[in-house]
Structures are given as C-alpha cells and as structure tokens.
Design a protein around this ligand. Structure first.
Ligand code: MLC
Ligand code: AMP
Length: 536
C-alpha cells in the first residue's frame, strides 16, 4: 500500500485526481535561465527510479510512500507555498517531529524555490523565539502540540503564516495542501541561490545561520553519491534526526539520488535497529548509536549480513568502538567529517584502508589545510587549525557579514574551528577544537550559551560549563557554579530551572557548586582544571 494515504492527508488528494487548479510555478525570481538549473530537487529527482510505484520511504506499520507519492505530495505542498505568494528568498521554518511528511515539506520548499530552515524539535520557547527573530521566516510550521506557544512567538515577530504538522499526518499544512494540484513544475535555481539555512551555535553563545546554496548541497550530494558507491537497490536504515545536515542532507540525499528505499523510524532504539538492519545495505549514525549497538549482547555479524556500508560522523568515533565493531561484526565503520557550514569534507575510503581514529582524506573537490596560529601551513603531522575551501562550503552567515569575514581567510578558506593534523598518506585526524564546544551524542552545545542561562538564575554569581567524558554520549555537559554571597544553591533546582528554558540535550548532567572558579593569571577560567577535577 502506497500512495495516497501515505502522502499524508494531503495524501487524500494525492490518491485521487489532481484537485485544485492547474499546475503552478511558484515564487520568486524565476529567471534562472542564464545558467543550467542547479535546483537540488531537480538533481535528486534525476535519481528517482523510472518505475515510480516502488517504495521510497517505509515508515513501518504499513506506512509506505512510493516515489510517486513523494513527487505528488511534495508538489501539493509546493503549490501551497506558491499560493502564499511569499517574497523571493522566503524562509520556511520547520520545528516538527521527524516524519516522512517533514521530508516532503523540505522537498516542497526546494521545489518552490524557497529556503528551508530546520529547527530541533527539542528547542524551548526562548530558543525558538531567537531563531524566528533572527531568520524572519515567512512560514513557520510547528507541531500541533506546540502551537500554543509557537504561535504567539510567530505573531510577535510578524510571521505571516503559521501552519502545523504532526507526526500522525495531522495539521493545517496537509489539510491545506490537500486542496492543491499534485503537479508542480520545480522552480529552476541558480547554483548560488540559497536552499537552506542551518543554525549552528556560535562561540559568543548565539546561533548563526549558515546559508547553504543549491550549489553547495547539490555538489556534496553528487560527490558522496559517487564516493560511497550509492546504487539502485540500496536500502538505507534512517534513524537520525532530520533537523541537521547529517540526517537531512547526507542520509536522505544519498538514498534519493540513487533511487534507494529508506527504512524510516522517528528515533533510534538499538534493539529495533538490530531487528531492522538485516533489511538494510547502508546505515549512518553518530558514535553513540554504535556504542549502543555494541551494548546489545545479541548484536553480531548476522544482523549486518546485508549491510555493505556503516558510516559514522558528527562526533569522534573512538578507535576502540571501531575495533570492537569490527571484532563483533566483521565490518569496518567508515568515518567521515563535516559540519553545517561545509556539509561533508573528508571521508575514509570506500575501497581503501579505513583507519580507526582518522576521518580519512579530503573528499574530491575539497581543499583542506592545517595551519598554525599565524596562518602558515603545518607540515605532515603538524597540529593546527583546519581550514577548508570547496564547492560545499557555505557563502556566509545569515545577516552577519562581519562574522563571516572573520571566519574566512583572505584566500577564501573557511576556518572550521577544529584542530587536526594530516598524515603522510593524506588522512586527517581531528585532535580537538579551538572553539569552546561540547559535542554530546552528536549534538553541539556551546558552553557560553548555557553559562548565560545559568548566570541569569537567582543566587548564581558565575558559572563555567565544560564537557566531561561520557561512555554513551562521548561527552556530557557539566557545570560548576558559584553562589552569590549569602545565597545557597541547590544543584537539582538549577537543572529544573534550566529545563524550562533550554532543550534537554543541553542540560548539564552534573552541576557542582564551588566556592570559586579556577582562573589563570589573565583571569580566564581554566576549564581544563574543572575537567580534571570533575571529569572522573
Ligand atoms: C537526547 N538527550 C541527550 C541527547 N539526546 N542528552 C545529551 N546528549 C544527547 N545527544 C536527552 C533528552 O533530552 C532526554 O532527556 C533523554 O536524553 C532521552 O531522550 P531520547 O530522545 O530518548 O534520547 P537518546 O535516545 O538518548 O538520544 C541519543 C541519540 C540522539 C544519540 C539517539 O542524541 C541523536 O539522535 N543524536 C544525533 C544527533 C545528530 O544527528 N547530529 C548531527 C549534527 S550535524 P530527558 O531529561 O527528557 O529524559 C553535524 C555535522 C556532521 O554534526 O558532521 O554530521
Ligand atoms: P555541526 O556544527 O553540528 O555541524 O557540527 C560540526 C562539528 O562536528 C565539526 O566542526 C566537528 O567538530 C564535529 N565533527 C563532525 N564529524 C566529526 C568526526 N567524524 N570526528 C570528530 N568530530 C566531528
């Protein structure tokens, strides 16, 4: 069973004859005729199989979406967006649960020529308020359950359209799309037209929107398609969130561009993953997922018998995890490295040696160098800041020209903020980060942001947030706080207060009340000493 039902309740329209009106051509600056069409959707659609009746997304419990469903339902949503008469470059923000319809919304936004802005569903009101104020989207799509608090935010920032989308195919987005035609001529885009804005937290504690163009996203999709040997008949087990480049671009584009089916679940559960793996040929995950698979006593080579490629990224994969995985399954995990601003940069080879603890050589088209503090290239194995240039590298931060200038060298290399080295074989190893950043289970947490929330709480004089090693998440968030004189602080109460304000993954898992923070003679907090004291 495919089609209609699947494609949502917009699906109701999908199954029948095209409903309203004629096919329309959306948006905004349609004159992209001067150069070849660089639309990411057009690229992805070029990989769809000629028989559109097969399954594209298998979301379980009989919810199967054919390639035809994907095309028609995304056309309906694109027609709806076009009907809204949004200005050129309009942002469509989505803070929704993971569902196939969320992918359709993403594809529809690309088709209609607008800019997709994914937001983590875990964000709380203050966080969403910031993104809406900064990005000024024309459309906000939220979960029906969150409408009560998202709508006032959207109204306050004069967002003209607020729609809802649940993970059960309910909501005003699909209700409205159900009235639209299921045919839509994808709006051509130039290579430098923006396709998405992905927010990435900044060292100053406030997120910046990385603007990714159709050219950035399309070129990376093409390279990975070739490099990882995506082929018709692959089956991707998709268990990642879809509000980041890993789950949204790297995973979905690989499958769509090769006309391959995705087995789709809203969240990662190790036991369910083991049950589903035998149907899959490709799996992508963050290191925590591999650690959790290994924690399952029943996990072995038989579960992986049809998998040709396990890929890991978003956080360091411990060499020990790599080795244990190989010992247990016979599979050598392919580790790659990238970031929101650049999409994928390096990858261990498909055929050649996959070296534990390294992220492999730069991908074709990517120039990657390691430089010292004066910007001079480090020699083989010299440690320094990683800088990159290439077709996937973003054009800049949304409305932050100065920040953009700071992050690029004079010759156009982007300073990643990661510290690494390149060995004699050209393999890159990430050895640390120049930025004060914690990566927990593949999610980035910027200490400065959490400190600013802690410091606002009554009785807190100052705080320092730092990462400590964590078996499951790789790193966990920890905080040391100093009370104002005369105040008494309760660690649990601090976490409860924070919980109302920030997404759960940012919450400190341990809070230590201390008399003072260790500082160096310049007055800078010595987080390394906090890590030593509290990290054990
Ligand atoms: C969830 N929680 C976390 C967490 N994820 N805490 C710390 N770190 C995390 N990563 C908290 C929740 O707030 C919740 O708290 C509790 O854990 C249980 O929630 P859950 O949803 O059941 O979580 P869990 O199963 O633990 O999730 C682990 C996970 C997930 C690894 C499956 O974090 C995940 O999907 N991570 C992938 C992140 C990702 O896609 N990153 C890509 C970024 S792109 P409470 O208090 O409510 O119980 C990028 C570029 C690149 O980096 O190179 O790819
Ligand atoms: P994000 O801003 O969420 O895109 O996160 C990007 C950051 O994740 C990079 O700058 C790296 O610090 C980190 N990262 C991604 N992949 C890897 C990897 N394979 N090993 C180590 N760190 C990684």
């Amino acid at each position: 069973m495919v089609a209609a039902r699947a494609a949502s309740r917009a699906g109701a329209g999908v199954s029948g004859a095209p409903t309203a009106g004629a096919e329309r051509n959306a948006s905004a600056e349609p004159d992209a005729s001067a150069e070849p069409d660089a639309s990411v959707y057009a690229l992805l659609a070029s990989g769809f199989p000629s028989d559109r009746s097969g399954c594209c997304i298998d979301a379980g419990e009989g919810a199967r979406y054919s390639w035809d469903d994907v095309e028609r339902a995304s056309a309906m949503i694109a027609n709806l967006l076009a009907r809204l008469r949004l200005p050129p470059g309009a942002r469509v923000a989505a803070q929704v649960d993971k569902s196939p319809e969320a992918v359709l919304l993403y594809l529809a936004t690309l088709r209609a020529g607008f800019v997709f802005l994914p937001l983590n569903i875990a964000y709380r009101a203050g966080e969403v308020d910031y993104f809406v104020a900064d990005a000024e989207p024309s459309v906000v799509v939220c979960s029906p359950a969150n409408l009560g608090w998202v709508e006032p935010i959207a109204r306050r920032h004069r967002v003209p359209h607020v729609l809802t989308l649940g993970d059960d195919r309910r909501g005003t987005l699909l209700d409205a799309a159900a009235r639209e035609s299921d045919r839509f001529a994808t709006v051509p885009r130039r290579s430098d037209d923006p396709a998405a804005i992905v927010y990435t937290s900044g060292t100053t504690g406030r997120s910046k929107g990385a603007m990714l163009s159709h050219g950035n996203i399309g070129s990376n999709a093409r390279v990975l398609h070739r490099y990882w040997r995506w082929r018709a008949g692959d089956v991707l087990l998709h268990l990642l969130p879809i509000f980041h480049v890993h789950g949204l671009f790297v995973a979905i584009h690989g499958a769509l561009l090769s006309g391959s089916r995705m087995i789709w679940r809203a969240r990662f559960d190790a036991q369910e993953a083991i049950r589903l793996l035998p149907q899959a040929s490709v799996f992508m995950g963050v290191p925590t997922m591999y650690v959790r698979l290994l924690d399952e006593p029943g996990f072995d080579a038989s579960a992986c018998r049809n998998v040709r490629l396990f890929i890991s990224g978003s956080a360091p994969l411990l060499a020990d995890t790599f080795r244990q995985f190989e010992a247990r399954t016979g599979q050598r995990i392919l580790e790659r490295y990238g970031m929101s601003e650049t999409i994928m940069l390096t990858s261990n080879p498909y055929d050649g040696q996959r070296v534990a603890g390294t992220v492999g050589p730069p991908l074709p088209g990517v120039e990657l160098r390691v430089v010292d503090e004066h910007g001079r290239a480090c020699g083989t194995d010299g440690i320094g800041g990683i800088e990159v240039r290439g077709p996937g590298v973003f054009s800049g931060y949304w409305r932050r020209p100065e920040k953009t200038r700071e992050e690029f060298s004079a010759d156009g290399f982007f300073r990643t903020g990661d510290v690494g080295r390149i060995d004699a074989n050209g393999y890159v190893t990430i050895v640390g980060r120049a930025r004060d950043l914690i990566i927990t289970g593949g999610y980035n947490v910027y200490p400065k942001e959490i400190e600013s929330y802690l410091d606002e709480i009554d009785g807190v004089a100052e705080s320092a947030v730092f990462g400590v090693p964590h078996r499951d998440y790789g790193e966990a968030v920890a905080a040391a706080v100093v009370a104002k004189s005369g105040a008494r602080l309760d660690a649990a109460a601090l976490v409860t207060t924070l919980k109302e304000r920030i997404a759960g993954f940012k919450l400190p898992r341990s809070v230590f009340v201390v008399d003072e923070l260790p500082r160096n003679p310049m007055g800078k907090v010595q987080k390394n000493l906090l890590r030593e004291r509290f990290g054990g």
